[in-house]
Design a protein around this ligand. Structure first.
Ligand code: GSH
Length: 205
C-alpha cells in the first residue's frame, strides 16, 4: 500500500471528498492541515501553489477531481465501465459548475458586486441547479448516478458542510431537495464515512 499524505487547509471544502474516499475505503493516510498563517511558507512547495495536494510515496499530485477519481477507482466507486464512469463525471461536473458560481460570489472582493452575485446565486443559480440535481437523484433512487452508491454521492455529502457555511441563512442541508437529502443520507450510511463525520475535527467550514 502506498504512503498517502493529504495536504490541505483546516477546512472541509475541496479536501473533504478526498478524506471521505479514504475513510470509505479504510485506506490509511496522513491528514496534514494548514492554517492561513502557515500557508505563505508552504505555497511554494506545492506544484501549482494550491491545495489539495495528495502525496503518494513522495510524489505530489494536484487537482481534487483527479485525486478523487483515482481514489474512487481504488475503492470501487468509479463505475464498472467507461460509460458508467462518464455518467458519474457528468453529474459531478454539473455540481462543480454550481460550486464554482457559489465560490465566485463568496470570494468577490467588491462588496456591492458580492451582494449582487449572492442574490443571483440564491434566487436563480441554486434553485436551478439543485432542482435539476434533485430530479436526477429521484430518477436514480437516492443516488446521483447509476442507481447505486458512487463517488458522486460521497462528493456532495462531503460538500454539504461547505455549502452550509458559504450560503448561511439561505441554505441548510439541502432542505427543500428531498432526493438530494437522500443522496447525503445514503452516503453517510456507510459505517466508515459515518464514523469519520462524527469524529472529524471541528472546523469553521
Ligand atoms: N482546481 C483546483 C483548485 C484548488 C484551489 O482552488 N485551492 C484553493 C483552496 S480551495 C487554494 O489552494 N487557495 C490558496 C491559494 O490559491 O493561494 C482543485 O480542484 O484542486
Amino acid at each position: 500500500m502506498p504512503v498517502y499524505k493529504l495536504h490541505y487547509f483546516n477546512i472541509t471544502a475541496l479536501g473533504e471528498p478526498i478524506r471521505f474516499l479514504f475513510h470509505y475505503g479504510g485506506i490509511e493516510f496522513e491528514d496534514i492541515r494548514y492554517n492561513s498563517e502557515d500557508w505563505p511558507a508552504v505555497k511554494n512547495n506545492m506544484p501549482f501553489g494550491q491545495m489539495p495536494v495528495l502525496e503518494i510515496d513522495g510524489k505530489k499530485i494536484v487537482q481534487s477531481s483527479a485525486i478523487c477519481r483515482y481514489l474512487a477507482k481504488q475503492v470501487g466507486l468509479a463505475g464498472d465501465n467507461d460509460f458508467e464512469s462518464m455518467q458519474i463525471d457528468s453529474v459531478l461536473d454539473s455540481f462543480n459548475d454550481l460550486r464554482l458560481k457559489i465560490s465566485a460570489a463568496l470570494y468577490e472582493p467588491n462588496e456591492e458586486i458580492k451582494a449582487e452575485k449572492r442574490k443571483t446565486v440564491v434566487e436563480e443559480t441554486l434553485p436551478y441547479y439543485l432542482g435539476k440535481l434533485d430530479e436526477i437523484a429521484k430518477e436514480n433512487d437516492g443516488h446521483l448516478a447509476l442507481k447505486k452508491l458512487t463517488w458522486a454521492d460521497l462528493y456532495i455529502a462531503a460538500f454539504q458542510t461547505y455549502f452550509n457555511f458559504a450560503l448561511k441563512g439561505d441554505f441548510k442541508d439541502f432542505e427543500g431537495y428531498p432526493n438530494l437529502q437522500k443522496v447525503v443520507s445514503n452516503a453517510l450510511a456507510n459505517e466508515n464515512v459515518k464514523k469519520w463525520v462524527e469524529s472529524r475535527p471541528e472546523t469553521i467550514c
